[in-house]
Design a protein around this ligand. Structure first.
Ligand SMILES: O=P(O)(O)OC[C@H]1O[C@H](OP(=O)(O)OP(=O)(O)O)[C@H](O)[C@@H]1O
Ligand SMILES: O=C(O)c1cc(=O)[nH]c(=O)[nH]1
Length: 237
């Protein structure tokens, strides 16, 4: 297979990708996904459990948010709450907020985070939201991965039911896949959400970045399997 010349990844992506590899969070092999697809690679955000790795992923999220349209150069911040869907979104929302606050307490110190319980609690404080209530708040979802977009749509529904307003989505990894297998579902999961809700949907890394990186390393077999998978599930937008 002949590959076009590689473009170097920007430094912040390369740093995060190196953390993914050192955490073993990006693995090549055979994996079954939530969507039922069989994938030659898997991104496991649960493996960022050592302090320095957690710092790395939360720093990458905080950078992505700080430099996005969600935060304007004027200092105005366009959201009130970072919402981390259970389970893997939970530590990501909490530690990203902490990183933003470390960066500028004046800007980010009064913002909140919250997350859902997968099963509602019927004693004590009850309910299924922990942390800041979402009602009438501008909410950004923070999550690990988008594949077919099911998990993100579930999170959007929770925000709606709780009376919050979705203003953005940030994920660590965009797998750049189509929503479904039918001809009518060829749009990307991220693209469909962007179109439907009109909000920014950002990612730290994408499948394209990993392909680019593997090309630079000469990882021929992993690259071949990734490209085969991508041809099957890639989106048309
Ligand atoms: O875009 P999708 O096709 O929905 O797939 C991606 C989602 O699948 C996994 O969630 P899971 O429900 O397994 O949650 P957890 O591991 O965070 O509990 C993963 O954490 C993503 O959130
Ligand atoms: O689609 C999924 O279920 C999925 C893909 C992936 O790379 N990582 C993950 O945690 N879930």
């Amino acid at each position: 297979m002949s590959n076009p010349p590689t473009t170097p990844l920007p430094a912040h992506k390369l740093t995060f990708l190196q953390s993914c590899l050192s955490a073993n969070a990006l693995k090549f092999g055979t994996f079954t996904l939530k969507s039922g697809r069989t994938s030659p690679y898997f991104f496991n955000a649960g493996l960022f459990h050592e302090g320095h790795l957690l710092r790395s992923i939360s720093t990458a999220f905080a950078e992505t948010i700080h430099n996005s349209p969600l935060c304007r150069a004027t200092g105005e911040v366009g959201f009130d709450i970072l919402f981390g869907p259970a389970y893997k979104g939970i530590p990501l929302a909490a530690t990203t907020l902490l990183k933003l606050c470390d960066r500028s307490e004046a800007r980010y110190g009064a913002l909140s985070y919250s997350f859902n319980r997968k099963e509602a609690k019927d004693h004590g404080e009850g309910g299924n939201i922990v942390g800041a209530p979402l009602k009438n708040k501008r909410v950004v979802i923070i999550d690990d991965v988008i594949t077919a977009g099911t998990a993100i749509r579930e999170a959007i529904e929770i925000i709606k039911v709780q009376g919050g307003k979705l203003v953005g989505i940030v994920v660590a990894f965009d797998r750049m896949e189509r929503v479904g297998d039918g001809e009518a579902q060829r749009g990307s999961a991220i693209g469909e959400v962007r179109r439907q809700y009109g909000v920014p949907v950002l990612s730290i890394l994408s499948l394209d970045d990993v392909v680019e990186f593997l090309r630079g390393l000469g990882g021929e077999e992993d690259l071949r399997r990734l490209q085969e998978y991508r041809e099957r599930y890639q989106a048309r937008d």
